[in-house]
Design a protein around this ligand. Structure first.
Ligand code: AMP
Ligand code: MG
Length: 353
């Protein structure tokens, strides 16, 4: 299959031309095809959420396990009730506050949502993304786009159209290029189907931000457990995920100790003939003397770290690095989500110094 990349960021394009391109992409989805598109979190791989065949194509293109449900993206509040059965008051409050935005909520599904889209579950995950291309694509494709991240299953999520092309060329007909995404990590997921709402995946919207709006919120205990026996409730969170090809090892502790340890480990690995990568920050990069050192962002701005995380992991993949040592980053605010993704990418290989 030939894959076309359509650019929507060229400033010389007329509004009319952009509208036509998005409309054409909507037609591809209406006909059961796949379209990769930008959102504010990561690039999504979209298909008609109400079509079982179209959903199956997503799993095929990604090599995604069929028990891992998809998020349905909507473009207006009216459409929420068509795909859900019961939306509790606190969820409405969160929607009012954070939609469109990087928040996914889980409800009982209505009958029009096929089990193919929900990985066999009676519940459905819904989000309204805060990105004008995404919102317009959803509206022009019929209103309901099932879209997981547009990467091959298990690889880091794509934050630029080039990343999508790396994974999906030959597998899907169309990629909409909307430039680099703004946030860089996937949405926060909150489950409303079992009593007190529970965070199943941390994201840009933090537990504290949710608490301020609705009061009580739990966090899935399966998220932080380090042993493989604990089962997170979101099926997707149980897989080794977001992972680069290389082994990733996180080193935690005070800045000086972490630097000393990483230098030591890097020298050792190089001595064994391995190619080594190091993930540092603007503030710390100069402190390393071995391997390929990449800065992931600045310590004073957690958002910059979130934005560059997956891109840096992919850059190391391109360099065929065998082992990556990474500093750890402050876990406040979006730092919670960064920590969660780093730990999953590392398969929980963490060294404390
Ligand atoms: P992705 O779109 O690739 O970010 O993955 C979607 C995430 O949402 C995965 O971790 C899924 O397991 C999770 N998810 C989607 N639908 C549900 C659901 N009905 N119940 C629990 N988790 C869900
Ligand atoms: Mg994903």
């Amino acid at each position: 299959m030939e894959t076309t990349i359509v650019t929507l960021t060229d400033e010389k394009q007329s509004e009319e031309a952009i509208r036509e391109k998005i409309h054409a992409a909507g037609q591809v989805i209406r006909q059961g095809g796949l379209v990769a598109f930008p959102t504010e979190t990561v690039y999504g791989l979209g298909a008609d959420a109400l079509s079982p065949q179209a959903s199956r194509r997503i799993y095929e293109a990604k090599g995604r396990p069929s028990d891992n449900p998809l998020i349905i993206h909507i473009s207006n509040m009216e459409d929420l009730k068509k795909i859900t059965k019961n939306v509790p008051g606190p969820a409405r409050k969160l929607a009012e506050k954070f939609w469109p935005g990087p928040l996914t909520m889980i409800f009982e599904k209505s009958d029009i949502v096929p089990l193919e889209t929900t990985g066999g579950l009676r519940t459905v995950a819904v989000r309204m993304p805060n990105h004008s291309i995404a919102l317009r694509l959803i509206a022009s494709s019929g209103g309901f786009i099932a879209a997981p991240s547009a990467n091959t299953s298990g690889k880091p999520s794509p934050t630029r159209a080039e990343h999508v092309a790396e994974d999906m060329t030959g597998r899907i007909p169309l990629i909409l290029d909307g430039g680099s995404v703004g946030i860089g990590i996937e949405s926060t997921i909150v489950d409303f189907t079992e009593g007190t709402p529970m965070i199943l995946r941390p994201g840009y919207i933090t537990a504290e931000m949710i608490q301020e709006v609705i009061g009580e919120i739990r966090i899935d205990p399966g998220l932080t457990a380090r042993d493989a026996e604990a089962h997170p409730k979101a099926p997707g969170m149980k897989y080794r995920h977001y992972a680069p090809k290389a082994d990733l090892v996180l080193v935690e502790g005070s800045r000086e100790k972490v630097q000393r340890k990483i230098n030591e480990l890097a020298e050792e690995a190089l001595g064994e003939g391995k190619s080594v990568g190091i993930i540092a920050t603007e503030e710390t990069r100069a402190g390393y003397g071995h391997g390929v050192v990449k800065s992931i962002g600045t310590r004073t701005d957690a958002d910059s770290i979130a934005r560059h995380l997956y891109g840096v992991l992919r850059e190391f993949d391109q360099l065929d690095v065998e082992i990556i040592y990474s500093e750890s980053f402050p876990a406040s605010g979006v730092g919670q989500a960064i920590k969660n993704r780093m730990q999953k990418a590392a398969g929980h290989q963490v060294i404390e110094v």
